[in-house]
Design a protein around this ligand. Structure first.
Ligand code: SF4
Length: 361
């Protein structure tokens, strides 16, 4: 038994945005195991997942599956799968059976099986990952990892609001890249905080040329696709490069860690929607309305092909658009979506909101 304790398991989690660094921190610092970081997602990841997926599943399933395969190729022995409030809740089971059919050998911890609302069941999931977990140590590392998530979200928020106005080309990106590197190598809370502080201060010092007429666009949409730059073809950067101040409320901090709750948000959108329509619907409708009330120049709604919850809120978003006279661009991503097509639509949207701003000013 003693010897077992010393054998570190090689654990991986599907790639999503830049949150894998926080998962890595928890696995290594809290559970004392080895984290396998698969390569950043590429077209190969998508192709691997697409080849083995049923046609009608939504695109995040395909990227998650491809990313799991790349984790197994990188040496992972244990795969962790997230839970979800839509069919994502069933995807864990489906992904496991596809991978086993392909002959992959691995242990599997599917969080959907442990999501009962009882904290003791989450502990069971953690024990499935690491049977000899020391709860106090794991809790401490979890709190630090969640703080890292909040810092990643805050830094990305600041980055996309300002990088489109930098006067020294590449200066914001350089600071952001340093920050990601610091999160990737952080071993203590001090390292995390130092990395965050360095980046925050660097952003503050960097010169920008932004006036009060800068175009402001708010992004809303499906959880995975709107947050993950690979999945949305780097939409935020493309907008920022056009000189737009980009806002995105949807992130793990806002939607999961500090979420104000369905009931509270429902009160704010009751003129538009009476019932809950999906995992991110209430928040997206509320945020679309808020962007409109705050005088944003446009809203972009992002979703994966086949995402039923986000398809259902489109008429509501259109109503908000009509009531507040705010332009909305709807973007749907599937495995064939290419940058050229996206840029054509973005440039047309940009020209339209820029002209509109000149006319109404
Ligand atoms: S929210 Fe939509 S795209 Fe995301 S997993 Fe659920 S159905 Fe699929």
């Amino acid at each position: 038994m003693k010897r077992d304790k010393q054998v570190k398991r090689k654990i991986a989690f599907p790639m999503i945005a830049h949150y894998n660094d926080a998962v890595r921190y928890f696995i290594e610092r809290g559970l004392g195991q080895t984290y396998i970081m698969q390569p950043a997602m590429t077209r190969r990841t998508m192709a691997l997942g697409e080849k083995l997926s049923p046609d009608m599943v939504c695109t995040p399933f395909k990227t998650i599956l491809g990313s799991m395969i790349e984790a197994l190729e990188a040496g992972a022995e244990v795969l962790i799968m997230t839970m979800g409030y839509c069919r994502l809740g069933y995807y864990g089971e489906l992904a496991e059976s596809i991978l086993r059919e392909q002959g992959y050998d691995f242990d599997y911890v599917n969080f959907a099986e442990y999501t009962t609302g009882h904290p003791k069941d989450y502990l069971k999931a953690v024990k499935a990952i690491c049977p000899h977990v020391r709860p106090a140590k794991a809790m401490k590392a979890l709190r630090e990892a969640l703080d890292m998530v909040k810092m990643i979200d805050d830094i990305e928020c600041q980055y996309y609001m300002n990088c489109g106005f930098e006067t020294e080309p590449g200066s914001f990106k350089a600071a952001l890249t340093r920050f990601y590197r610091d999160m990737r190598t952080a071993k203590t809370r001090k390292d995390i905080e130092a990395g965050y502080e360095n980046c925050r201060q660097a952003f503050e010092k960097l010169p920008i040329a932004k006036d009060q007429n800068a175009l402001k666009v708010g992004l809303i949409g499906e959880y995975f696709t709107v947050m993950d730059a690979f999945s949305n073809l780097d939409l935020e950067q493309a907008l920022a490069d056009m000189g737009v101040e980009v806002h995105r409320w949807m992130n793990v901090s806002h939607r999961n860690l500090d979420y104000p709750g369905e009931k509270n948000l429902h009160v704010r959108i009751k003129a538009y929607c009476r019932y809950e329509m999906g995992p991110t619907s209430t928040a997206n409708i509320w945020k679309a309305k808020k962007y409109a009330e705050d005088g944003f120049d446009g809203i972009i709604h992002v979703k994966s092909a086949g995402c039923t919850p986000e398809i259902e809120i489109m008429p509501v978003i259109r109503n908000i658009s009509e009531d507040y006279k705010i332009p909305v661009l709807f973007l749907t991503y599937d495995t064939q979506t290419a940058t050229a097509g996206l840029m054509t639509r973005l440039e047309a949207f940009y020209d339209m909101i820029a002209m509109r701003k000149k006319v109404i000013q």
